[in-house]
Design a protein around this ligand. Sequence first.
Ligand SMILES: Nc1ncnc2c1ncn2[C@@H]1O[C@H](COP(=O)(O)OP(=O)(O)OP(=O)(O)O)[C@@H](O)[C@H]1O
Ligand SMILES: [Mg+2]
Length: 293
Amino acid sequence: MHDGCFDQAAGLRRLSAPRSAKVIAITGGKGGVGKTLTAVNLGAALARLGRNTMLLDADFGLANVDVLLGMKARLNLEHVVSGQCALEDVVLTASSGLRVVPASSGSINMATMSRLQHAGLIGAFSHLMEPLDILLVDTAAGLSDGVITFSEAAQRVVVVVCDEPASLTDAYGLIKVLSRRQSSCRFEIVTNMVDSAAQGRELYEKLLRVCDRFLGVTPAYLGYVPNDDFLRQAIRRQATVVEAFPSSPSARAFQRLASLADGWTPVARARGGVEFFMERLIGPELGIAAGVQ
Ligand SMILES: Nc1ncnc2c1ncn2[C@@H]1O[C@H](COP(=O)(O)OP(=O)(O)OP(=O)(O)O)[C@@H](O)[C@H]1O
Ligand SMILES: [Mg+2]
């Protein structure tokens, strides 16, 4: 098939493709528990499974996905929001095939964006050239409006915890806020930096008990990621551990998490995953009836 035919065929596929991306927020409450590492490694593992995966760096305070992946972001989401370029222009492709939307530190405030900027952002994601299978969203630490908004808009909320009292109480606080605001949030716990599978499960069960008892919420267990020196080595190389050391304990763990996440069914809606996500994200302010609040 010559190039022209190929372009045409790809164009037709785009037009007819059902856009039912899975949108997964990675969060955790406490800082430094491994949210971003989970996001980049889960993303790389999903990309290596052949899924069209995009990672949105939504830590507008301390954006660092591009640094962890050794990429240089010349343009970022701020330029899209201000209308200086298209979303396609800022998207970087990592060696795994993972596509990354970088953010610049401290520059974007969803809450103070104008209506025009909001609409521009929805449009940018809706008109992505390639339909996405999965959109991962790496969120900031804490319980800021941004974290809440991104988590609420996602179909699944992955909560990363480690074996520290503050991590458990922060994760509990986050689940409490999200579940009170929107009962349909689906939580998936990842226990990180644990010494064994048993320690990971114990930690999950601790969190499950308090969530069940005091909130009536039962988060699912996605799995554990061990404390792994190979992961630290990969960080120094600005690479994902799933690529640099694919048979290391943490890489295997991320591959397991990825195959489970790959099995999740996207929420089937006429308007599809990514558009729906963006509308939910900024819809309440725009007054769009997106089925939230
Ligand atoms: N499984 C692990 N094994 C070894 N070290 C780890 C592991 N997970 C996280 N770390 C360490 O924790 C650090 C913080 O990880 P990461 O940046 O992903 O956390 P974060 O939750 O995104 O932090 P922030 O809240 O600042 O965004 C890493 O730089 C690494 O040193
Ligand atoms: Mg982070």
